[in-house]
Design a protein around this ligand. Structure first.
Ligand code: GLN
Length: 446
């Protein structure tokens, strides 16, 4: 069973924060009964899945890999979990992440560092490193993660599997512990593109509990499988192949592009000039949102509470100081600073204006191209500890993925080869609600 595999390897990989063994066996029995009763169950029934530990699960701890929520048990299910459970998928455990999804290596977890299954001295990527490593190591058939600036695609790339970030609003965020609400999306990690299409079918759809949920029909993503890509127009944004991208990564992605070309696609170099500003825009805007979203963790209503305090203010200060990790504190400080009066126009408002320009770059490109292709991560998995003290190097890990969240468009990362024994991922981006083109191209390539 999948638990046999977990028992055999998870003390080395450290993908899971908690296993839900008893509940999983109960759920499996219930599925058996439904089958025995003659019920026709769908394509995820009985399939073992893992959820990133910032996705709420009723009666099961949801820690966000933070001391703040170490003992927090939600009283409701996230929309995506409810839907998958309904379809018969079986939750086997909650996976590790960077605290509150802030990071690119899963080293910011308050509990443990998830290792890369291909090389245990390397990071699994982040922030959804636990979900990526679990699928890559055969410790789950599929897993869900969240992607605010690359946290599904980058770990998928580093672990050699498929990761998908949906169009903003296409998948309900209800029950996802919020980081940067205007960027966050939930999406799947799978072994291949077909599984990805299958899981996406279960995630998409309108939800009245998410005010940003889109009321659109998504159709069946499996219809985009096994299609020809002859005549498809592919753009290669030159800014995503320049400085900072490791030569071997660039080469493997270009080899992948040549495969697409041999299948009849038209490939052309293009430009997204404002992407140059994507990192500062992302870190200003997402930290501003995070500072507001994380204000609710005050030690009063739920979460960690400091033991000794003098008054209410002291309770807030001590609880937050003791329970948040360094990276989270850094983002809260950055966010409150850029939102404070006197600085608001210079930073936050400026970032929003630049955000619009970055988005317009993409809109213009998609008038000409069906999809855009780039590397997912500028390098293969780096050594554990290598970037822990180098904030900028860590933030650079997301240089190819954050523009997608800024623009709200969908993108996939698929494996396109190995360099030095480590996987390399290729990112395929599509226009808003253009996931079918992405799946079509990714499946044809795979
Ligand atoms: N690495 C980025 C950050 O630290 C993205 C995180 C994410 O997508 N959740 O913010």
């Amino acid at each position: 069973s999948v638990y046999g595999r977990i028992d055999a390897v998870d003390d080395k990989v450290d993908a899971y924060i908690a296993l839900t063994r008893d509940k999983a066996y109960e759920a499996a029995e219930a599925i058996d009964k439904r089958l025995a009763g003659g019920e026709a169950l769908g394509d995820v029934a009985g399939i073992p899945m893992a959820l990133k530990d910032n996705i709420s699960t009723n009666g099961i701890k949801t820690t966000c890999a933070s001391k703040m929520l170490e003992n927090y048990t939600p009283a409701f299910d996230a929309h995506v979990y409810e839907k998958l459970k309904e379809a018969g998928a079986i939750l086997i455990g909650k996976t590790n992440l960077d605290e509150f999804a802030m990071g690119s290596s899963t080293e910011n977890s308050a509990f443990k560092t998830t290792k890369n299954p291909w090389n245990l001295d390397r990071v699994s990527g982040g922030s959804s490193g636990g979900s990526a490593a679990a699928v890559a190591a055969g410790e789950a058939f599929f897993a869900l993660g969240s992607d605010t600036g690359g946290s599904i695609r980058q770990p998928a790339s580093l672990c050699g599997i498929v990761g998908f970030k949906p169009t903003y609003g296409a998948v309900s965020r209800y029950g996802l512990v919020a980081f940067g609400s205007s960027f966050d999306q939930i999406g799947p990690f799978t072994k291949d593109v077909e599984d990805c299409a299958i899981v996406l079918n279960h995630l998409y759809g309108y939800d009245k509990n998410d005010s940003t949920s889109l009321a659109v029909e998504h159709g069946d993503f499996k219809e985009a499988l096994n299609k020809e890509i002859k005549g498809m127009k592919i753009g290669l944004p030159k800014e995503y192949f320049g400085e900072g991208i490791a030569p071997e990564v660039k080469k493997l992605v270009m080899d992948g592009v040549k495969v697409m070309e041999s299948l009849g696609a038209h490939v052309e170099e293009t430009s997204l000039p404002y992407s140059e500003y994507a990192l500062p825009v992302y870190y200003i805007a997402s930290s501003a949102e995070a500072s507001s979203n994380l204000a609710r963790f005050d030690g009063v209503r739920y979460g960690y509470r400091a033991k000794d305090y003098e008054d209410l203010n002291d309770l807030y200060i001590k609880s937050r100081s003791e329970a948040f990790g360094d990276e989270v504190k850094l983002r809260i400080m950055l966010g409150t600073y850029t939102l404070s009066s006197g600085y608001y126009d210079a930073y936050y408002n400026k970032a929003l204006k630049a955000r619009r320009l970055i988005k317009q770059d993409f809109e213009k490109a998609f008038e000409k191209y069906d999809i855009l292709i780039s590397p997912t991560s500028p390098t293969t998995a780096f050594k554990i500890g290598e970037r822990s003290d180098d904030q900028l190097a860590m933030y650079m890990s997301d240089i190819c993925t954050v523009p997608v969240n800024i623009a709200g468009i969908p993108a996939i990362s698929i494996p396109c080869g190995f360099s030095g024994g480590l996987p390399v991922g290729m990112q395929i981006m599509g226009k808003a609600l253009g996931e079918a083109s992405i799946i079509k191209a990714a499946h044809a390539f795979q």
